[in-house]
Design a protein around this ligand. Structure first.
Ligand SMILES: NC(=O)c1ccc[n+]([C@@H]2O[C@H](COP(=O)([O-])OP(=O)(O)OC[C@H]3O[C@@H](n4cnc5c(N)ncnc54)[C@H](O)[C@@H]3O)[C@@H](O)[C@H]2O)c1
Ligand SMILES: O=c1ccn([C@@H]2O[C@H](COP(=O)(O)OP(=O)(O)O[C@H]3O[C@H](CO)[C@H](O)[C@H](O)[C@H]3O)[C@@H](O)[C@H]2O)c(=O)[nH]1
Length: 323
């Protein structure tokens, strides 16, 4: 059985929907930002908190867990600056608790959701896993700390793990049954689509004076279903018993500016957006684009869905959004 912590959240629920096809799955989630309705009915759902040792022990006692996939975190960059202890507590301290309980129950396989925010403001155009990490906010630092803890934990106690550094997760399940539903929503694509549905009066572009071709920030958008398939490949590698302490970037390898994303949303929906130029958002690097060559070479993964597909699937979900 596979334990998915944070499996009621945006990315976790998409992984669960794929994983239940081949594995028995138990989801542990406190529903702080997740949705019970997003969890596939074939998975067992346990409402509980990662930071609560009794909840963890109950799950590990009740189910024969062979691997843990850990998506649970707080992940708002701005909030992490205002309230860093919330981030160090929920993202770092709670993960230590999880590792301790895994150690007690001799569970050795672990997949961790990390982020491009670990790189900070990189001085290269295409970021690979050798690019130095230098996070510029507590959220990014909390994820890098866990990566470092995993390396130490593995050396001393033995752990088979894969760290996946996602770039900009976006899109929705092709069935439109589940999708991205954050409150507050801070991500560009859902914000533009909510505007095009009449739920916001405009879209603000945060900064048009960056050193990029059209002056707006460039990001690498990766379909949430492509993220799910990378997790399943990584899991299968670990379950085969292959020793791993690997870190992989997950992106499309293509950068799109904020203006290009808005134009693609207009093209997909056939609706014109009301766009205003606004000040830069603090902490936004000008450009974040991944090389995912390493995971292609080692596990054979590559992104299969482009920006238009991402926005089409997100649009289908937003039009009937049920939670
Ligand atoms: N969305 C992105 O673009 C992105 C990019 C890079 C990395 N990530 C990382 O991917 C992971 C998933 O992100 P997401 O966008 O799906 O976020 P999300 O907020 O939708 O999902 C997180 C889930 O974890 C649960 N959770 C949080 N704290 C918990 C706790 N203490 N105990 C139990 N459950 C808890 C929440 O209720 C939620 O269901 C996070 O670790 C995030 O940092 C996301
Ligand atoms: O209303 C908006 C919202 C966003 N943006 C811009 O659109 C780009 C993308 O912003 P998102 O908030 O969608 O995504 P981020 O790149 O800020 O964040 C993503 O990448 C980060 C790593 O840098 C973290 O991992 C985070 O969890 C993940 O969502 C940024 O330039 C942002 O300034 C706007 O112009 N207007």
């Amino acid at each position: 059985m596979i334990l998915v912590v944070g499996g009621a959240g945006y990315i976790g629920s998409h992984l669960v929907k794929e994983l239940v096809e081949t594995e028995e799955v138990v989801v542990l989630d406190n529903l702080s930002t997740g949705h019970r309705e997003a969890v596939d009915s074939r998975a067992i759902f346990v409402k509980g908190d990662l930071g609560n040792v009794d909840d963890l022990i109950m799950v590990f006692r009740s189910y024969p867990i062979k691997a843990v996939m850990h998506f649970a975190a707080n992940s708002l960059v701005g909030e992490s600056v205002v309230d860093p202890l919330k981030y160090y507590n929920n993202n770092v301290a709670s993960t230590i608790m999880l590792l301790k309980v895994m150690q007690r129950f001799k569970v050795k396989n672990f997949i961790f959701s990390s982020t491009a925010a670990t790189y900070g403001i990189p001085n290269v155009d295409i970021i690979d896993e050798t690019t130095p990490t230098s996070p510029i906010n507590p959220y990014g630092r909390s994820k890098l700390m866990v990566e470092q803890i995993l390396a130490d934990f593995s050396k001393s106690y033995g752990l088979n793990y894969v760290v996946l550094r996602y770039f900009n997760a976006a899109g929705a399940h092709k069935s439109a049954a589940i999708g991205e539903s954050h409150d507050p929503e801070t991500h560009l694509i859902p914000i533009v689509l909510q505007h095009l549905l009449g739920q916001r009066d405009k879209v603000s572009v945060y900064g048009s004076d960056y050193e990029t071709e059209d002056g707006t920030c460039i990001r690498d958008y990766i379909h949430v279903t492509d993220l799910a398939s990378a997790h399943i490949l990584a899991l299968n590698t670990l379950l085969k018993g292959k020793k791993s302490e690997e870190i992989y970037n997950l992106g499309n390898g293509l950068g799109f500016s904020v203006k290009e994303v808005i134009e693609t949303c207009e093209h997909v929906t056939g609706i014109k957006a009301n766009v205003e130029m606004a000040d830069r958002r603090p902490g936004d690097p000008a450009r974040l684009v991944a090389s995912s060559q390493k995971i292609y070479d080692e596990l054979g993964w590559k992104a299969e869905r482009n920006l238009e597909q991402i926005i089409t699937d997100a649009w289908n979900w937003h039009q009937k959004q049920e939670y």
